[in-house]
Design a protein around this ligand. Structure first.
Ligand SMILES: C[S@@+](CC[C@H](N)C(=O)[O-])C[C@H]1O[C@@H](n2cnc3c(N)ncnc32)[C@H](O)[C@@H]1O
Length: 415
């Protein structure tokens, strides 16, 4: 399917469920629940814990076969499917080349490097600029072991110092090239002159998990400086400004694109990580305490909308509810005279437990839409690059279990 058709189909699909992805379940509860079909909730309510786990992992289980819920789930999977990168054999490297590199990063590097080598053969760029390169593992592997010169660019001098000091500790091979660490804040006016000296047509732009709006800035600068090409992996979409950072393409702007808000961007960011059963149980427990806090605030403090609260240690969620809520009320500067017993009785009340169950089931349904939103958002970036004269591919690069933000946009400037 071409990118425009896929975007169009995603749009048609998503517009049927706007009320679900555009809002948090806690907002305007209990009206929010009415956005979820009753028969879907009933179907889910009859599933065992392991079946619900499977559904949360986007698997259709026997008991929901032939239902509209199954159709909803299958469409989400089908429409957000992307081609997986062509399996270019990984270039074998000794373990010492990855000393101190986490499994996730090693996997990402091993997937990206062969693709970059291929592009270098075709486009013959001179060097790679790794934007937000952190400690520079990717640049090091590229330059030391694959003889592609690289610049690791980051605004954080601390990461760069660690990376620079480590360089000499790794063995090199014959023909290895240099890694340069450049400390600038990409996209900031004060650093523009420095950027001009490296971001040139002979460079190739790489961004592995350029957070939120940084991806947009990288895309725009790559266009402005007529760079050979770019390979970009976005992440942290909740950091985007939904008013100014999206959409980019004329195609979306002219075709009644779907508007996002912070809730939808959070959903696009969080979903799609592969999860063990024990992770699932923790996730359910975290949500249960979070929703119970909300119901408590609604009941006793007349609070109808989702209040932002910080995270707490996982172990807190396996302690009595009173411990969790007391911390949260303190964080929120809410004075009260409730006892631990009051809190625990509130949580254990069967009526509250029933409400929490329904909220959790709604969350499972809403969760199905995360990847769909992410793909819809990224297709806009692709179409923008196409409009600016690039040949563009969007593909899945990494194994979901190792690196869930695994969608790469590869754009090469047409001659
Ligand atoms: C999510 S980390 C990714 C690090 C590395 N690419 C990786 O995959 O491990 C994002 C990095 O981008 C850097 N960064 C964020 N905004 C930046 C900017 N405007 N200019 C340069 N670096 C930036 C941060 O300091 C951080 O090291």
């Amino acid at each position: 399917m071409n990118m425009k058709s896929q975007a169009q189909e995603l749009q048609t699909y998503l517009s049927q469920y706007t009320l679900m992805w555009n809002d948090e379940i806690m907002n305007d509860y209990p009206e929010s629940i009415s956005k979820y079909p009753r028969d879907w909730l009933n179907l889910l309510d009859n599933l065992s814990e392991s079946e619900l786990y499977a559904v949360d992992c986007k698997q259709v289980v026997e008991k929901i076969k032939d239902s509209t819920l199954e159709k909803f789930m299958n469409q989400a999977i089908e429409l957000s499917k992307l081609p997986v990168i062509k399996e270019i054999p990984e270039i074998p490297l000794e373990d010492w080349a990855f000393n101190g590199v986490k499994k996730k990063k090693r996997h990402e590097i091993q997937k990206i490097v062969p693709v970059l080598k291929n592009i270098k053969d075709i486009k013959n760029f001179e060097y790679v600029v790794d934007i937000g390169g952190g400690v520079g593992h990717l640049s090091r592997v590229l330059s030391h072991y694959h003889c592609i010169p690289s610049i690791s660019l980051d605004r954080d001098p601390h990461f760069q110092k660690i990376g620079f000091e480590r360089l000499s500790k790794y063995r090199k091979i014959e023909g290895s090239r240099d890694v340069r660490f450049v400390n600038i804040a990409f996209g900031e006016k004060a650093d523009e002159e420095n950027l001009k000296n490296i971001f040139m047509p002979k460079a190739f732009s790489l961004g592995l998990h350029t957070c939120g709006p940084l991806s947009n800035v990288v895309i725009q600068k790559s266009i402005d400086y007529k760079i050979t090409g770019l390979l970009n992996f976005g992440c942290c979409y909740h950091r985007l400004n939904p008013e100014t950072d999206y959409p980019l393409s004329n195609y979306y702007k002219e075709n009644h694109f779907l508007k996002f808000n912070l809730f939808s961007l959070c959903l696009a960011t969080r979903s799609h990580a592969e999860m063990s059963f024990s992770d699932y149980r923790t996730k359910e427990r975290v949500k249960s305490y979070r929703y119970a806090l909300h119901l408590f605030l609604m009941t006793y403090f007349n609070n109808k909308f989702c209040t932002e609260v910080g995270e707490c240690h996982v172990r807190t969620y396996w302690e009595p509810f009173a411990n969790y809520i007391k911390n949260k009320l303190t964080e929120l500067n809410i004075e009260h005279t409730f006892t631990d017993e009051d809190f625990n009785l509130f949580y254990e009340d069967p009526k509250i437990q029933k409400k929490l169950r329904v909220m959790w089931l709604c969350n499972i349904i809403r969760w199905q839409l995360g990847r769909v939103l992410e793909v819809y958002l990224l297709l806009d970036r692709c179409l923008y690059l196409e409009e600016q004269g690039f040949e563009v591919k969007i593909e899945q690069y990494f194994q979901e279990a190792l690196s869930p933000r695994n969608i790469g946009i590869l754009a090469l400037l047409k001659n």
